[in-house]
Design a protein around this ligand. Structure first.
Ligand SMILES: Cc1cc2nc3c(=O)[nH]c(=O)nc-3n(C[C@H](O)[C@H](O)[C@H](O)COP(=O)(O)O)c2cc1C
Length: 396
């Protein structure tokens, strides 16, 4: 997902630019944000059409190519600066890149009320028919007394403000997905918004206070929870094993195993091979990430569909065969619902196997033969992308 952030000020030094740059830097693992300036955009003049000028076309193309837009507006005399108004006028005159585009408004200003009035005005402006942006309701992020808000490195000083900003940004990411469903052509149903693939929720086993996207999430989460390891015994149903034994046992399974919980967070895989050697590659640093960060966006809808099948109990296991490994492998991905004793959905056990050795052995033992065309390794309709927990399936 790609977002552009528009600085609503044309000043050489702007706190609103600082705010957007901070958001882009702080949340870079959550979403890619490119900060755009409006400094070079001329004042709107209906009699002197400059729609095709470089600065306006630059903004136009960047907005068209983005999934969403964040506008950071200052407050000038209780409304938005004329420079920002001018930009919106150009972008609603002969061209309309904001039409249907999800927009989040933030703002920083000197006053304690920090741009609240300009934000309200900006909402109204963006709702005009020529603009027709889809502005996220609520979640008003105001940064008052902005001259005291940042430290020397350009970071926000107040932890609660940062937390609220993160909440707003995560909601905006979900909002973008919802708007995409609304904008999708009729008949083409995008199911991505049916699941919280960014794992913004919380379940009773969620380990809080550790960045899900940290490369060393496992180490940090283990420290935070005091997780046992090595020769320590764990009582299971039914048996007792040391953590080492449990690891060896899971690694000896004839499949690549992955656990993603009901909050759509990737928690575990049996790490016995390097990513390049796996049928469905996973990397150690991916563990802990939301499923959205493990997949290309184009498969979100498919991922959400599989999870919905399991979560709602429509299917207990969803299977897909992946023919791209060539005729010598029969690779099957199985997505198995994990449930507690009451049947509540706890997540997915995805196991990936090459079932050819088992089939060959069975045929040999029983004297039977495969009839028909075998596996279609060329035109295989199945997606090349591993649908649920890991990254992209290895190409042969
Ligand atoms: C003409 C003018 C009017 C302003 N009016 C307001 C105002 O109504 N409310 C407010 O909080 N700040 C007001 N300010 C102060 C701005 O909030 C402050 O200059 C802020 O840094 C502008 O954002 P920027 O740094 O991103 O350019 C005004 C500033 C100027 C130059």
């Amino acid at each position: 997902m790609k977002i552009v952030g528009i600085v609503g000020s044309n000043a050489d030094f702007s706190y609103n630019r600082l705010l957007l740059e901070y958001i882009a830097k702080k949340f870079k693992k959550l979403v890619e944000i490119e900060v755009l300036d409006i400094k070079d955009v001329p004042l709107f003049n209906q009699s002197n059409d400059q729609t095709n000028s470089e600065p306006i076309q630059y903004l136009n193309k960047k907005i068209l190519g983005a999934d969403g837009v964040i506008i950071a507006t200052p407050e000038y005399n209780h409304t938005i600066p004329s420079a920002l108004q001018s930009v919106i006028e150009w972008l609603s005159f002969k061209i309309h890149p904001l039409d249907g585009k999800p927009v989040m408004i933030v703002g920083a200003s000197y006053d304690v009320q920090g741009s609240s009035r300009s934000q309200l005005h900006l909402r109204q402006i963006l709702d005009a028919p020529g603009v027709n942006a889809v502005v996220m309701p609520g979640n008003e992020f105001l940064l008052g007394e902005v001259h005291k808000a940042f430290d020397e490195e350009g970071n926000l000083k107040d932890g609660q403000t940062v937390q609220f900003l993160e909440v707003c940004l995560k909601k905006f990411i979900r909002f973008i997905n919802v708007v995409n469903v609304l904008n999708a052509p009729e008949g083409m149903k995008d199911l991505s918004s049916t699941e919280d693939l960014h794992a913004t929720g919380k379940i009773d086993t969620t380990i809080e206070g550790v960045d899900m996207l940290a490369d060393d999430w496992v180490e940090q989460a283990a420290e935070k929870t005091g997780a046992v390891e090595g020769k320590t015994y764990v009582k299971l149903d039914r048996g007792i094993l040391t953590v080492d034994q449990l690891n060896y046992f899971l690694n000896s399974m004839p499949a690549e195993l992955t656990y993603a919980d009901s909050n759509n967070q990737f928690l575990y895989y049996n790490h016995k091979y390097d990513a390049e050697e796996m049928l469905a590659s996973r990397r150690p640093e991916q563990v802990g990430s939301p499923l959205a960060n493990c997949h290309p966006e184009r498969v979100y809808s498919g991922v959400a569909w599989v999870i919905q099948q399991l979560r709602t109990g429509k299917q207990e296991v969803v299977r897909t065969h992946v023919p791209t490994h060539g005729p010598d492998k029969f690779v099957v991905h199985s997505y198995q619902a994990i449930r507690d004793k009451e049947g509540n959905y706890l997540g997915i056990n995805e196991y990936v196997q090459d079932i050819k050795p088992i089939i060959d052995w069975y045929l040999e033992q029983t004297g039977q033969q495969l009839v028909g065309g075998g596996v279609d390794a060329v035109s295989g309709a199945t997606s090349k992308v591993d649908t649920v927990s890991g990254a992209t399936v290895k190409d042969n």
